[in-house]
Design a protein around this ligand. Structure first.
Ligand code: NDP
Length: 453
């Protein structure tokens, strides 16, 4: 960040706070972008002339709706549903749906805003959006989840479509939920289209989509290592989370010869001194995707592992080379970052969206840790969703190898763009700056071309 522009950054953030001081996560995401974009805009006045920064932080449309549903006791329940259609300059709105009790407008605006830059980086024609609900699928029966998803889609179906807005999964929304929502959309609209991604393999889904975010994050980390003449083989990796992104990040690390030291969920983390092997990974997938159990059960099942209740993976009692946070926003703070530096971590690749707080990022920057922000490192998921949309339009499906090759190429392209825009005169790469500038330019130029809309 250039101090020369600090006054302008502060003034811009003051104007944002005046509009919504309580939207903390959204302001955090905007500030991270403003710190790199404002100096860039100052040197490229056409973006200032068109007031692009002020326009890009305002969602094109925000939809908020009631989601009534009936529980297994026959009682009427209600949740709040959202869709933030943030920016459609380079393609239909695209971004996941999150079902978690913490969901609110601030969280969805931060996720939708990040999605604009991420989707632009993939080089595919996708705008940015995000949605979800404060509904908690945990502890609900399949029938309750189905009734909720049907009610949610009854309203959402009025606002989405294959050329308008194409949602996907996120926290709390996996294959089961996408299936129920797709079924309801098809019933209401009487059309079988690629309106959601992350679909089942037999009804329009893409091979590799479930794996894509985790695999892509590790391809990105591998690209970072290769640039400095190294690779993942033999490296020890701290992972947080145990959901979709974490599971496939672990799978790819194992395939590339790395050692995984930890997994976690919101109740604590499991330390695996000898590493998590493929047998353990199968156990985690069954536990989380089928039984929907807690990660402590992994510690109970394998005596050489230990569960630490209420703690995060950053406390592992050993040295490590790489950290890949794959759970949720702001799960890694400044103190955690210092612990990682002390353990010898040299690379951090964000599998989750905005898992590192600004204080953590500052610690990484001060210690010259190579740090890849989520909008670059976890873009493989939405990129493969883009590939799912292409296959749906063409009415064909590509092989596993073909999709995986395309994913690898896209992650390498994103890495190259980050290096191009983020490298300083000493060869150090600021991946935040690189991702923000590369993502911004394409969207901003499209906004200028399309006029004031
Ligand atoms: P899942 O729901 O499959 O898994 C989420 C994991 O994170 C679980 O282990 C969950 O634990 C943990 N977690 C969630 N909320 C919290 C919390 N408040 N505190 C501690 N742990 C928490 O989600 P995904 O794996 O799909 O998503 C993980 C992250 O990756 C999110 O930030 C998401 O936005 C991001 N992402 C996901 C993509 C995808 O394709 N799925 C694409 C790009 C980014 P518990 O079970 O206890 O809640």
């Amino acid at each position: 960040m250039s101090n020369k522009y600090q006054d302008r950054i502060d003034a811009f953030m003051e104007s944002m706070k005046a509009k919504g001081a309580h939207e903390e996560e959204f302001l955090q995401a905007v500030e991270e972008v403003a710190e790199t974009i404002i100096p860039f805009i100052a040197e490229n006045p056409k973006y200032e002339e068109h007031n692009i920064l002020e326009r890009i932080v305002e969602p094109e449309r925000t939809i908020i709706f009631r989601v009534p549903w009936t529980d297994d006791e026959g009682k009427a329940r209600v949740n709040r549903g959202y869709r933030v259609e943030f920016n459609s300059a380079i393609g239909p709105y695209k971004g996941g749906l999150r079902f978690h009790p913490s969901v609110n407008l601030s969280i969805l605006k931060f996720l939708g805003f990040e999605q604009i830059f991420k989707n632009s980086l993939t080089t595919l024609p996708m705008g940015g959006g995000k949605g979800g609900s404060d509904f908690d699928p945990k502890g609900k029966s399949d029938n309750e989840v189905m009734r909720f998803c049907q009610s949610f889609m009854t309203e959402l179906s009025k606002h989405i479509g294959p050329n308008t807005d194409v949602p996907a999964g996120d926290i709390g929304v996996g294959g089961r939920e996408i299936g129920y929502m797709f079924g309801q959309y098809k019933r209401i609209r009487n059309e079988f289209t690629g309106v959601l991604t992350g679909k089942g393999q037999n009804w329009g889904g893409s091979l590799i989509r479930p794996e894509a975010t985790g695999y892509g994050a590790i391809y990105f980390v591998q690209n970072m290592l290769e640039r400095i003449g190294d690779n993942i083989r033999g490296k020890s990796v701290i992972i947080s989370g145990s959901g979709n992104v974490a599971q496939f990040a672990i799978e790819k690390i194992l395939q590339l010869g790395g050692k995984v030291l930890s997994v976690s969920d919101s109740s604590g983390y499991v330390f695996a001194p000898e590493g998590i092997h493929s047998e353990h990974l199968d156990y985690i997938k069954e536990l989380k995707n089928v039984k929907r159990g807690r990660i402590s059960e992994l510690g109970d099942a394998y005596p050489d592992m230990k569960f630490f209740e209420g703690e995060r993976s950053w406390n592992v009692p050993t040295s490590a080379d790489i950290a890949v946070p794959c759970a949720t926003q702001n799960e890694l703070n400044g103190e955690d970052a210092k612990k990682l530096v002390e353990k010898g971590v040299k690379i951090v690749g964000e599998g989750a969206n905005m898992p590192s707080t600004p204080e953590a990022i500052e610690v990484f920057e001060q210690n010259k840790i190579l740090f890849a922000p989520g909008k670059a490192a976890n873009a493989g998921g939405v990129a493969t969703s883009g590939l799912e949309m292409s296959q749906n339009s063409l009415r064909l499906s590509w092989s596993r190898e073909e999709v995986d090759d395309r994913l690898k190429t896209i992650m390498a392209d994103i890495h190259d763009q980050c290096v191009k825009f983020g490298r300083d005169e000493h060869g150090h790469v600021d991946y935040i700056k690189g991702a923000n500038l590369a993502g911004f330019v394409k969207v901003a130029d499209a906004m200028i071309d399309q006029g004031i809309v």
